[in-house]
Ligand binder design. Structure first.
Ligand SMILES: Cc1ncc(COP(=O)(O)O)c(C=O)c1O
Length: 362
């Protein structure tokens, strides 16, 4: 049987016996309520007319059109495929493009599914580690040195989970040039790409490089993790053909009900994103007044940031659990030390963090 690597954040959750009431490390925007965006009539209409046959493997045409029209520029319908979450899209990409013994360079810290895969395939994940003390700045020369003749793919995640670091468009072009020079695929995990103050700071890597697979999803910027729809964007049709084949081994197609809901929500993306992003940026403004600059990084984008604590992180975790409060240490994302991921998507969670500052810093 193929051996799958255990994901550290799931191991961490499984060791906690109760489900804490407050999660200070949630990476999702404030979870939305469907009835705020979809009327009873629209649901009734869907339920009375929808036949529950398999849906289109590449993703419902109407949904793909809505995603492209509302969220992206310069893509064709053949460039986009839907998946059951970003999680499936990541796995499908590795299944489609990696061979036994390949090397993958991953900029870390990062979400665990990006540098873990089926153990038996001996995929060699080379972690290119960025640092808190250096403001998570990307060292392009160092990155180029990490690429060898075995490297098949570069994996990036911006805005980053767990750091909140982001790249500007010039840096994206620089990365695309490096990938092109070495003929690499790029998996660009962009799950919180729509959580920027300024829409001008948003980019999609696949607009800059044909062999890139950009991945996004409903769970993060939209705050709808229960709608299991993610998507990939890629301008190379051979890659898209292989992604589609991978999907036939996984979910085959996304749920018709989720496609319907997702289509309605994305048509209201301006309203939803404004609401969610205002919460994030109010939270950032509040934190700016409360936490010294050297204990967290200037927040650029995304829904999370990494905070450095003055006390031992495991003691803080224990202390907070007694009060039914959960935090995730960054060690589960491959970054050791007294740091944790702070979620910025929820007002109540930041209230709770501010009320408990002495646990972290005294
Ligand atoms: C960076 C990143 N990529 C991918 C995913 C997977 O997203 P989903 O659970 O919506 O499939 C997550 C979820 O936390 C994430 O943080």
């Amino acid at each position: 049987m193929a051996q799958l690597s255990a994901l550290a954040h799931h191991i961490f959750y499984s060791q906690i016996s109760t489900k804490p009431e407050i999660n200070l490390s949630d990476a999702c925007a404030n979870n939305l309520l469907l009835s705020d965006y979809i009327s009873q009539e629209e649901f009734n209409d869907f339920f009375s007319k929808q036949v529950m046959s398999y849906a289109d493997i590449q993703g419902d045409l109407g949904l793909r059109t809505t995603i492209l029209n509302n969220l992206y520029e310069d893509f064709n319908l053949e460039d986009i495929s839907t998946f059951s979450g970003a999680q499936e899209a990541i796995f499908a990409t590795y299944l489609a493009l990696l061979d036994k013994g390949d090397e993958v360079v991953v900029i870390t810290p990062c979400y665990q599914s990006l540098n873990h895969y089926v153990n038996d395939l001996n995929i060699n994940f080379i972690n290119f580690q960025l640092n808190f003390e250096n403001d998570w700045k990307l060292d392009f020369e160092g990155l180029e040195k990490a690429i060898s003749n075995k490297t098949k793919m570069l994996v990036i995640n911006y805005p980053n989970n767990p750091t909140g670091a982001h790249l500007n468009k010039n840096e994206v072009i620089k990365l695309a040039n490096i990938a092109s020079k070495y003929g690499l695929y790029v998996l660009s995990d962009e799950v919180s790409a729509f959580s920027t103050i300024d829409a001008g700071d948003r980019w999609c890597f696949s607009n800059y490089y044909d062999k890139a697979i950009s991945i996004s999803v409903m769970s993060k910027s939209f705050g709808a993790p229960g709608v299991r729809i993610g998507w990939s964007l890629c301008k190379d049709q051979e890659i898209n053909r292989r992604l589609k084949r991978s999907k036939t081994y996984l979910s085959i197609c996304t749920s018709r009900t989720d496609e319907f809901i997702c289509n309605k929500l994305i048509k209201k993306s301006k309203e939803i994103l404004n609401k969610n992003n205002n919460i994030i940026f109010d939270n950032v403004a509040r934190l700016n007044k409360k936490i010294p600059k050297n204990l967290w990084n200037v927040h650029n984008a995304g829904i999370v940031t990494t905070v450095k604590t003055k006390k031992e992180i495991n003691l803080i975790i224990e202390d907070l659990l007694k009060q039914d409060i959960l935090i995730l240490p960054t060690s589960v994302f491959g970054y050791e030390g007294n740091y944790f991921r702070l979620g910025l998507g929820n007002l109540k969670a930041i209230d709770c963090f501010i009320d408990n500052l002495e646990h972290f810093f005294n």
